[in-house]
Design a protein around this ligand. Structure first.
Ligand code: 48F
Length: 258
């Protein structure tokens, strides 16, 4: 077969544009493709919701690839292991209640299984703002990451969603935008972001599930963003809470939207 370069280009542009147009309206938009965002996307897609994830970087997976200090292993507790099992990620017991998995296998499998469940991932896109209407958050304001990185003065585009998840990790970037735009109106102790506390795995993991919440109408937090918003500790390379938080936020949204 003789290859036509233009046909290859057309296939890429047409395929991409078709999907981008399709996802201008969706049930759930997820910001950030770390473990919590991917897990949320998997469960939401599996429940039949139309869900897309927007990730700033080229690679999906956030802070999970590198394990702890580049030792590419992750640790999960029993509940996290159940989720790894469901994804088909292998792990081995370490001590009672501790399980160790390969971070590369875990990250790539989460990404692959979430896509196959129906999650649409747009990488290289940065969320720079949100749409705020009377009923709460109604969508995201997006730009190419390359525009952001180059500091170009180029206006963004918008997508509409019934619910938005901030899974942007330690920086809780979506909630930060909301706080900046509307002031102390968040569903926290004083309406503001409480800020992440220093590393304490035990307390951080326990608080994370409690902190996986709707922080403003139609805006949910999951993963490390939850502890940053609600003022709980970070927890380093233990990832069970991230997976459970992703599943929890999906359950909350499925309950609300269905
Ligand atoms: O940081 P990240 O992995 O978030 P997570 O799911 O998991 C946290 C753990 O990796 C680890 C930990 C375990 O105890 O503490 O840190 O909470 O992934 C967040 C993703 O969001 C992307 C970012 O590039 C990363 O891949 N991101 C951040 N801001 C934006 C964004 C933005 N404005 N637009 C799009 N993506």
């Amino acid at each position: 077969m003789k290859l036509d370069d233009i046909k290859i280009s057309r296939a890429i542009v047409e395929g991409y544009m078709e999907e981008l147009l399709d996802y201008m309206d969706m049930d759930v938009a997820i910001g950030g493709g770390g473990p919590s965002g991917l897990t949320a996307g998997y469960y939401l897609a599996r429940a039949g919701l139309k869900v897309a994830l927007f990730e700033r970087k080229l690679s999906i997976g956030g802070g999970m690839w590198g394990g702890g200090m580049m030792f590419n292993k992750i640790v999960v507790q029993d509940e996290g292991k159940e989720i790894l099992d469901e994804f088909g990620v292998r792990s081995r017991p370490y001590d009672e209640g501790y399980h160790v998995a390969d971070s590369v296998e875990a990250t790539s499998t989460l990404c692959s299984r979430a896509c196959q469940a129906g999650l649409k991932i747009f990488n290289l896109m940065s969320i720079e703002d949100v749409m705020i209407r009377d009923e709460g958050i109604t969508g995201l304001v997006l730009n190419w990451s390359s525009v952001e990185m180059a500091g170009l003065h180029v206006d963004p585009l918008t997508v509409r969603a019934g619910a938005v998840i901030d899974a942007t990790g330690h920086d809780c970037e979506i909630v930060k935008v909301v706080e900046r735009k509307i002031g102390p109106e968040l569903n926290t102790a004083d309406g503001r972001i409480q800020g992440e506390r220093s590393m304490w795995a035990d307390v951080g993991e326990a608080a994370l599930i409690e902190n996986t919440r709707e922080v403003y109408p139609n805006l949910y937090v999951a993963g490390m963003a939850s502890n940053a918003v609600y003022g709980a500790p970070r927890m380093g390379p233990i990832f069970g809470g991230m997976l459970v938080s992703g599943r929890r936020v999906a359950e909350m949204i499925i309950e609300k939207l269905k």
